[in-house]
Write a protein that binds this ligand. Sequence first.
Ligand code: PCA
Length: 225
Amino acid sequence: MPKAASPSSPVRVLLTGFDPFEQEAVNPSWEAVRALDGWKVGRAVVHARKVPCVFGDAIDTLVHAMDELKPSLVLCIGQAGGRAEIAIERIAINIDDARVADNAGRRPIDLPVVPGAPAAYFSTLPIKAIARELRAAGVPASVSNSAGTFVCNHIFYGLMYLIATRPVAGLRGGFIHIPYLPGQAARFAGAPSMSLDTMVQALRIAVATALKVKQDIAETGGQLY
Ligand code: PCA
């Protein structure tokens, strides 16, 4: 197993956001992530990378960025239009089941992300602590128990598979879904949205909390159904 970074060496944090998809002109995940490129928190520095909304290519781009940067923390971010809160995802499942085509026209149905690999992996972020810190800062947030079955779950599963199968001491990762920007939601009556400033602030809190909290808190993030 490769050695952990020495206490004085810089800690790299990789944040990924997606290209726009499904007739959208922007993707809030890339807008929020790119605003944090170069942000320093303690001795950690954030590196932002854009990933294509394409099955397969999204994971390839992530692997390339991880090989290049050798991060200690990876947060993949995606748009979840229709959600009202920052959603800290708990679990990635080994299935691709696309309701719509991705940006390359691919539409896998009931195919594994990684053939023969485990059914699911849990996020290794302190998901409950992040939700609590966000709410304490006045940002609506919850733990989410499904990241769906489209490209976001796909990259999340790919990330957790990599972390599990190519262990690097101290490396942790997970996925966060974010709502529409107001300009996107304005096209759909009743759709919730969040300002870019609030989403950027939320990601700062998520990164800082993930760097600080190694052992998650015991607080419910469950749902009845
Ligand atoms: N959201 C999609 C894929 C890309 C994105 O930003 C999803 O939730 O799967």
